[in-house]
Design a protein around this ligand. Structure first.
Ligand SMILES: [Zn+2]
Length: 182
């Protein structure tokens, strides 16, 4: 946003194991929010999950201090929704199609922690940047992983994520950036 980003971006995408990503990506219409349920998740999301035979990654990982790691190369999508199903704007999506059409963001957070305010602010900033790139209008389209995972209950993240606190920060950030529709 006009070079005034408050949180740093680190591009780690060139070190991602290609088994964690699908080739070809169309439009991104919204965001699927995750928490990591663990610590030191960068290596896992770049390559550890592939080595373990459980391919999974994200578009971005946000550290507890708000630092953003970009994990996915342009033209690819990360496997982040897993077994999943959801209707978006009247169309049915599942699995990899959901991973492709939704931006996947992981917040570094154990299940017994709360996400930090820096993470919430950094996520708000990220979504406004991505939203402007993808011509999103307000209100933004946001889901938690638990909502699309199938069978229901297969995933319970994000944990420790205060949706009301986040939405206030997102609204303020989007308003300041003059997001269309506001
Ligand atoms: Zn998840």
């Amino acid at each position: 946003m006009n070079g005034t980003n408050r949180y740093p971006d680190i591009d780690n995408s060139s070190s991602g194991d290609t088994r964690n990503f699908g080739a070809g990506r169309g439009i991104i219409v919204g965001t699927l929010i995750h928490t990591t349920s663990g610590t030191s998740s960068l290596d896992w999301l770049l390559s550890g999950s592939a080595r373990a035979g459980r391919p999974a990654s994200a578009d971005f990982l946000i550290d507890r201090d708000g630092t953003r790691h970009k994990l996915t190369r342009p033209g690819y999508y990360p496997y982040h929704a897993g077994e999943s199903r959801y209707d978006i704007y009247g169309r049915k999506y599942r699995g990899n199609d959901l991973s492709s059409i939704l931006l996947g963001v992981e917040l570094e957070n154990r299940d017994d922690q709360r996400c930090t305010y820096q993470q919430l602010d950094s996520l708000a900033e990220l979504l406004v940047i991505v939203g402007l790139d993808n011509s999103w209008r307000w209100p933004y389209y946001l889901l938690g992983h638990y909502e699309v995972a199938r069978p229901l209950g297969r995933r319970s993240d994000p944990q420790g994520f205060d949706w009301g606190d986040f939405m206030g920060r997102l609204y303020a950030t989007a308003l300041a950036a003059q997001v269309p529709g506001l």
